[in-house]
Design a protein around this ligand. Structure first.
Ligand SMILES: Cc1cc2nc3c(=O)[nH]c(=O)nc-3n(C[C@H](O)[C@H](O)[C@H](O)COP(=O)(O)OP(=O)(O)OC[C@H]3O[C@@H](n4cnc5c(N)ncnc54)[C@H](O)[C@@H]3O)c2cc1C
Length: 491
């Protein structure tokens, strides 16, 4: 089976490896526009913040034969009647099945003078790929001030990262509160106060309307209210738009993304599929990598003859929808129901504490004895506890207030170390890798985090679990296997 994959990003690269490894008789060709090996895009804001080296975010995976990668080559045309894809280097690729994994593009808001015929004005950037991150890093030595447009997750990560590098940062946001899709007003206000303590200026209910430049470089911006801010950098974090141009030209139905059914095939062509950020499945696209990886897994399962695999969220509550801001000096985590949500006809119990003086806000939402939502600002321990309860769907105390008070009082068993975890506890939330599986990989000879990633894919998402895997490796190297908690049956 000749499979052509367009896009060699986080989802396309994983799909190509898995299809070549598991689909009988598959030969996989990948066309990837970026001139680099696939990398962990999620960590680009950590690169800008200086917490991660640009060369250190390559995506490691299993070594697989049967994948033919054309790096730095774009697909320019799809001829569906002849099942051919033409690439920018003139090569033509025949397919039996075509998988679109073209991701998304950064949205560039309507701003006067933001670009000239050569592209964005110098000092103005988005953060979508490694080239953008490198461009921002190059500009840093001469920059003292920055304006970040957009206070969604990415905007907060970029703003706090630049502030941690010593720049005077102004964060400009169109809505009346930060991360308005995830946070309510009180939680947002606590986050705003925390940003102010980090030395940042936050301007809400406004936007940048004009870029001012001096000698070809940005020198300031004008806001909608007429005020002007001097700046050496403008980073636009105003959302993303699924990359659908190629699919539209090929006559495939597209709305916000490339429309696909439950089986991830286009309704107009059973030989064409779309996965990742470019796809618009029936439940809607989330723009999060977990959804794309789940789609890649389901497509490979179906083609490998394992039958139609259910979605990760098919059982009802989607327990992967955890949003964590990877920010320097600001802890914001939301999961499930958060911000302004509808109660519907469910009997939900919501309990919250808000303590702006110390920069803490916690809200938990409980339904039928399970945690179905939480918002945490400024409290890492509580966030870790709640995330473990939420993703594993564990029963919670009858009085939801205990969920907030116990971790704060230090009474809950904090999951901060691998030795506090049971064998079936999930260490890597992004790839659903359990402690037991990592211990098995270490026992099979994996001696470094990279080895463990190659064998299990742990640590290839947000990277939060890296310290736990390091701890397990160190414990194994010292001769003692990281034990499971009592009661799991493990010696
Ligand atoms: C800075 C940043 C931080 C993020 N943080 C998080 C996070 O914390 N958690 C989370 O879940 N998600 C996060 N995301 C989103 C996450 O990165 C995406 O969900 C994920 O990358 C989607 O994978 P994809 O393969 O669909 O698209 P991408 O990774 O964007 O890859 C698409 C690839 O296709 C290529 N391409 C496009 N058109 C063509 C063509 N015609 N021919 C050939 N190649 C083409 C593109 O150049 C690109 O390399 C973040 C994104 C960014 C930019």
């Amino acid at each position: 089976m000749r499979i052509v994959v367009i896009g060699h990003g986080m989802v396309g690269s994983r799909f190509a490896q898995d299809a070549a490894a598991r689909v009988p008789g598959a030969h996989v060709t990948v066309l990837g526009r970026e001139d680099t090996a696939p990398y962990n895009r999620v960590l680009l804001s950590s690169v800008v913040a200086g917490k991660q080296d640009a060369d250190g975010i390559a995506l490691v995976g299993p070594d697989v034969e049967g994948v033919d990668v054309h790096q730095g080559v774009s697909a320019v045309e799809i001829d569906r009647s002849r099942r051919l894809v033409t690439a920018s280097d003139g090569s033509v690729h025949r397919y039996d099945r075509l998988v679109l994994a073209t991701g998304s593009a950064a949205r560039i808001p309507q701003i006067q003078h933001v670009a000239n015929p050569d592209g964005l004005v110098h000092g103005v950037s988005v953060l979508k790929d490694l080239a953008d991150a490198r461009g921002i890093l190059e500009a840093l030595p001469k920059a003292r001030r920055a304006v970040v447009l957009g206070a969604g997750v990415l905007g907060l990560e970029v703003a706090t990262g630049l502030a941690a590098r010593g720049l005077a940062v102004t964060l400009v946001h169109h809505a009346d509160r930060l991360m308005e899709r995830q946070l309510g007003s009180s939680a947002s206000q606590v986050a705003v106060d925390s940003l102010a303590r980090l030395g940042m200026t936050v301007v809400t209910q406004s936007s940048v309307v004009r870029v001012m430049e001096r000698r070809g470089h940005v020198s300031g911006v004008e806001l909608a209210n007429g005020s002007e801010i001097l700046t050496d950098l403008l980073v636009m974090c105003a959302g993303t738009i699924p990359e659908t141009a190629l699919a539209r030209r090929a006559g495939l139905p597209c709305e916000r993304g490339v429309v696909v059914g439950e089986d991830l095939a286009s309704p107009a062509d059973p030989a064409v599929f779309a996965i990742g950020d470019c796809a618009q499945p029936p439940e809607g696209g989330t723009g999060l990598v977990a959804q794309g990886w789940d789609q890649a897994r389901r497509l490979v399962d179906a083609w490998a003859g394992a039958g139609a695999a259910p979605r990760d969220d098919a059982a009802g509550t989607d327990r992967t929808n955890v949003v964590r801001v990877k920010a320097s000096g600001l802890e914001v985590v939301t999961m499930g129901l958060s911000g302004k949500f509808e109660h519907g006809d469910r009997l939900l119990r919501a309990v919250r504490i808000s303590d702006p003086a110390v920069g803490r806000f916690v809200e938990v939402v409980v339904h039928e004895g399970r945690l179905v939502g939480a918002t945490v600002v400024g409290d890492k321990i509580t966030a870790t506890e709640l995330q473990a309860l939420y993703t594993r769907g564990l029963p919670v105390p009858t009085d939801p207030a205990h969920l907030i008070v116990r971790p704060i009082a230090g009474a809950a068993p904090a999951v901060r170390s691998a030795k506090d975890m049971q064998d079936d506890d999930t260490v890597c939330q992004c790839n659903t890798v359990s402690k037991g599986r990592i211990n098995d990989a270490i026992a099979d000879g994996c001696g470094s985090v990279e080895d463990v990633s190659r064998a299990t894919r742990a640590c290839t998402g947000c990277g939060d679990c890296r310290s736990l895997v390091k701890e397990m490796l160190a414990t194994a190297a010292s001769g003692t296997k990281v034990p499971a908690l009592a009661g799991t049956g493990e010696a």
